[in-house]
Design a protein around this ligand. Structure first.
Ligand code: GDP
Length: 402
């Protein structure tokens, strides 16, 4: 109830009012200021449904709504009135515009629930204490400086003890599900225990799912005799052990003392922004051209790689398509180099980036670019006639601007 914008007391219309209904109604009336609605269930009968509900006026919660959970009767009236009374439509639009979905993942005892509690504030009630919610996902909303964060699956974060599949299976499976609903994943690591296999599994999954990420190295408060070197060593250790998240920002925190948890929020904001960022095509092409000037694409025999044109086809995560003469000419090393250059030049940190390499005849590229994402995604990787590289004043660049 502490989390809710409205409450619905559900009673059994066939059974009539019970002493427990009266107690619940009184408790709700006394303790909560939000609108309380009274749903009288099992009132599907057209004849007796409405009269069945009438006696519930005496609970003092206002109009009883005759409904049927099984048949769905009466529910739309109830929901319409809830929306009007709670001004829910406004709340929903705020959420859509201004809400970052965040998942906290990490192995047991790394400090997820401590961090969540700290972020959420101790005055709010703990959602997982509500019976029957252990298997459900419950999200929590946190507002900071006018920005809303939806913390995903707080019941999963707070889940303790053994479950039927074993704690580990439960943790991993639940974390995977939470990730899929998130824009930003906070991967929590333990500064004392170091990095273990479970951390690597989670890290790889975050990268594979294409989610943005902040790495929170927790329990920094109890790292003994810290100096500048300790800090650098900790960062180095994460970078070399979790290469799939090399682009993620690392924040050293203490969920227990609150040290740098504010910085964690800032990093989440940055990661969220980068995740949905769009780069103008001309800037992207300038950056790529500049990168090829520093280091020319590789050659195999007499054939050298040529990059004709680059576009961003989508965001979340940012996805680029490189039109080239022949993708086979671009070695892994060169692909990594180019990604690094693009990231550095455009300050892409905190988000994965997908780069798709397309072999395409030069004459076909303009048409493909103009047709947009759908065409780009369907295009084959076959090589075609190659006439030479484009420069920044190319026909295609001009056509794209139009
Ligand atoms: P979870 O299983 O990931 O949710 O971990 P908990 O939040 O339950 O934390 C596990 C234990 O680590 C608890 O005893 C916490 O008090 C402790 N803990 C969590 N965060 C910190 C921290 O930043 N510093 C220290 N010293 N202990 C912490």
């Amino acid at each position: 109830m502490n989390e809710a914008n409205a409450g619905v007391l559900v009673c059994d219309g066939k059974e009539g009012i019970t002493p427990l209904d009266r107690q619940l109604a009184e408790w709700l009336r006394k303790n909560y200021k939000v609108p309380i609605f009274l749903a009288v269930n099992k009132c599907e009968s057209e004849k007796s449904g409405i009269s069945q509900a009438q006696e519930f006026w005496s609970l003092g919660l206002g109009k009883p709504y005759p409904v049927s959970g099984i048949h769905g009767t009466g529910l739309s009236d109830l929901l319409d009135d809830i929306i009007v009374d709670t001004k829910m439509s406004k709340i929903t639009s705020v959420l859509k515009e201004n809400c970052t979905n965040v998942a906290f993942v990490g192995r047991p005892n790394v400090g997820k629930s401590s961090l969540f509690n700290r972020m959420y504030g101790s005055s709010r009630s703990i959602v997982s204490n509500i019976a029957g919610t252990t298997r459900d996902t419950i999200d929590a909303l946190i507002t900071r400086d006018g920005v809303q964060y939806r913390i995903i699956d707080t019941a999963g974060i707070r889940k303790k003890g053994k479950v039927e599949y074993g704690a580990e299976f439960f943790m991993v499976n639940r974390a995977f599900k939470a990730m899929r609903r998130a824009e930003v994943v906070v991967l929590m690591l333990d500064a004392i225990d170091g990095i273990v296999d479970q951390d690597r599994i989670l890290a790889e999954r975050i990268a594979n799912e294409g989610r943005s990420c902040v790495i929170a190295l927790n329990k920094w408060d109890i790292v003994p005799s810290k100096d500048d070197k300790t800090y650098l060593k900790a960062i180095d250790n994460i970078r070399s052990n979790l290469p799939s998240l090399r682009w993620a920002e690392i924040v050293l925190i203490s969920a227990l003392t609150g040290q740098r948890t504010d910085k964690l929020f800032d990093a989440i904001d940055r990661a969220g922004k980068q995740f949905t960022r769009r780069i103008p095509t001309n800037i992207l092409n300038e950056v790529v051209q500049d990168a090829t000037l520093w280091q020319a694409p590789p050659s195999i025999g007499a054939r050298s790689g040529r990059i004709y044109y680059t576009i961003q086809t989508s965001s979340a995560p940012p996805t680029l398509v490189m039109f080239v003469n022949n993708p086979a000419l671009f070695t892994d090393g060169y692909q990594r180099y180019l990604e690094r250059k693009i990231r550095d030049s455009l300050d892409f940190e905190g988000t994965p980036m997908k780069i798709i390499w397309r072999g395409k005849a030069l004459r076909d590229i303009g048409r493909a670019v103009r047709k947009g994402d759908a065409t780009v995604n369907k295009m084959s990787t076959a090589t075609g006639n190659v006439r030479g590289p484009l420069n920044s004043n190319s026909r295609i660049a001009k056509a794209d601007k139009k």
